[in-house]
Ligand binder design. Structure first.
Ligand SMILES: Nc1nc2c(ncn2[C@@H]2O[C@H](COP(=O)(O)OP(=O)(O)OP(=O)(O)O)[C@@H](O)[C@H]2O)c(=O)[nH]1
Ligand SMILES: [Mg+2]
Length: 380
C-alpha cells in the first residue's frame, strides 16, 4: 500500500541537520577601586551534548537562536569579589561538529555530556584593567549534525531499510507501511559473535527527482558521504509512490537510486556497495528475482531498454547481491557476514594503498643523485 499526504511531506522537509546560532559570553562586573574589589567574570556559553535532543528542538525552543550568558556581579562592600555570571548551556544532540561562521572547527561533541566552550565571558574589573570589566566574546556558530557509519542504507521509501536495520541490529527505528516513515538519519550497530561492531546509518527514503528537491531532496545524502560503503535496499516487487506516479520495477529502482546519487555527487558511485533485494517472502518474488538478476547481468543493455528518465550516466557495480526478507529472516545471516567481509576487504585494500603511497613518497623524497653516490660507494 502506498500512503502519502501533505503532512508527511511537510514533516519530511522539516528535518534540521544544521543550525546557526548567535552566542555571547556575559560581560564582567565592575571592580571596586576604593577597596581593591574584583568584579566577577562574565558567564560562558557552552554547547553540551545530550541524548534525545534534536537541532529542530533547539530551533523551536529558541526561535531567535541567541544564547547570552549572565554578566558578572560588580564588586561591592558586602562582596568584594563579585560573583561569576551564569553560564548559558546550549543542549545539542550527540554527534555534532561546531564551527565558526567562516568554517573554523571549534570542536566535536561525540559522547553524551561532552561540553564545548563557544563564547567566553568577559573579565571582571581588576587593578590591571583599572577596575573596568571587559565584554564577553561574541560569535556566530554553526552546529552540524554528522553521522559517521560504516554502512549507509540507501533506498526508496518503504523498501524495508528500517526493518532490515532492526533485523540486523538492536536499533528500533520506526517501521510502517507508508513512505517516509524515517524522517531523520539514525544509526544502528550490527554485532558479531566476536564482539566486532559495524555501524549502519538508516536514512530517509530517496525518491525520484530528489535532486530537484522532491521529498526531502538530497540534503540527508551528506551522511552517506561519510560512510565507508553503501547498501542499496530495493523492494523486489518494485515501487510506486502514489497512484498517479509511475510504477518502477526493482531494476528501475536500482537505476533510479544510482541516478539520484550521481546527481547529488558522482564520486559516491565509486564507493563499494552491496545490493540487498528485500521482501523475498512475498508471492511472485522468485520470478521477479530471476528477471532482476537477468537485468543486472547485462546492466548496460538492460538500462538502455529502460525508460529514458531512469537511466543514470554511469552504473553502480555491486560487490554482492543478496536476496533477503527482513520479515522472515531469510538471507540475513549471509548478508551479515558479507557486510563484514566487504568492509574487511576494503580495509585491506586501503591499508595496502596507503602503504604503496608512503613507499612512493619515500622514493620521491630520496633524490636520485644520492642513490647513485650510495651505489658508487658500495662498489668501491
Ligand atoms: N513482506 C515483507 N514486508 C516487509 C519486509 N521488510 C519490510 N516490510 C514492510 O514494509 C513496510 C516498510 O518498511 P520500513 O522498514 O518502514 O521501510 P523503509 O525503507 O524504512 O521506509 P522509509 O523509512 O519510509 O524510507 C513495513 O510495513 C514493513 O513491515 C519484508 O522483508 N517482507
Ligand atoms: Mg525507514
Amino acid at each position: 500500500m502506498v500512503w502519502t499526504s501533505r503532512v508527511c511531506f511537510r514533516k519530511y522537509g522539516n528535518f534540521v541537520d544544521n543550525i546557526r546560532l548567535y552566542v555571547r559570553g556575559g560581560s564582567g562586573g565592575m571592580g571596586l577601586p576604593r577597596l581593591g574589589g574584583l568584579g566577577g567574570n562574565g558567564g560562558d556559553v557552552l554547547v553540551v551534548a545530550k541524548k534525545d535532543i534534536t537541532l529542530k528542538q533547539i530551533k523551536d525552543k529558541h526561535p531567535n537562536k541567541r544564547f547570552t550568558a549572565g554578566v558578572g556581579s560588580n564588586s561591592c562592600i558586602h562582596a568584594l569579589r563579585g560573583a561569576k555570571g551564569e553560564d548559558a548551556q546550549v543542549f545539542a544532540p550527540v554527534g555534532i561538529s561546531v564551527t565558526t561562521d567562516n568554517g573554523r572547527i571549534l570542536g566535536e561533541l561525540n559522547c553524551e555530556g561532552d561540553r564545548l566552550l563557544v563564547a567566553k565571558g568577559g573579565h571582571g574589573g581588576t587593578l590591571h584593567s583599572g577596575f573596568l570589566p571587559s565584554k564577553g566574546q561574541t560569535r556566530q556558530i554553526r552546529l552540524d549534525l554528522k553521522l559517521i557509519a560504516d554502512l549507509g542504507l540507501v533506498g526508496f521509501p518503504n523498501a524495508g531499510k528500517s526493518s532490515l536495520l532492526t533485523a540486523l541490529s538492536h536499533a528500533k527505528p520506526r517501521i510502517a507501511n507508508y513512505p517516509f516513515t524515517t524522517l531523520r538519519p539514525e544509526i544502528g550497530k550490527v554485532m558479531y559473535d566476536d564482539h566486532k561492531q559495524v555501524s549502519v546509518a538508516d536514512l530517509p527514503g530517496l525518491i525520484e527527482g530528489a535532486h530537484v528537491n522532491k521529498g526531502m531532496g538530497h540534503k540527508f545524502l551528506k551522511h552517506v558521504e561519510r560512510t565507508k560503503q553503501l547498501m542499496f535496499v530495493v523492494d523486489i516487487c518494485g515501487f510506486q509512490l502514489a497512484s498517479n506516479s509511475p510504477f518502477r520495477s526493482a531494476f528501475e529502482t536500482v537505476l533510479l537510486l544510482t541516478k539520484e546519487l550521481e546527481l547529488y555527487k558522482e564520486e559516491l558511485l565509486g564507493k563499494p556497495a552491496i545490493l540487498v533485494i528485500n521482501k523475498m517472502d512475498l508471492p511472485g518474488a522468485q520470478s521477479h528475482l530471476r528477471e532482476l538478476e537477468a537485468h543486472l547481468e547485462s546492466q548496460d543493455e538492460s538500462s538502455q531498454l529502460s525508460p529514458e528518465d531512469v537511466i543514470p550516466k554511469s552504473l553502480m557495480h555491486f560487490t554482492h547481491i543478496v536476496p533477503v526478507s527482513a520479515t522472515t529472516g531469510l538471507g540475513l545471516p549471509l548478508l551479515k557476514s558479507l557486510i563484514r567481509q566487504s568492509l574487511e576487504e576494503q580495509d585491506i585494500i586501503e591499508t595496502e594503498g596507503q602503504r604503496g603511497e608512503r613507499l612512493l613518497k619515500l622514493r620521491r623524497e630520496i633524490p636520485t643523485s644520492s642513490v647513485h653516490s650510495w651505489g658508487f660507494t658500495q662498489l668501491t
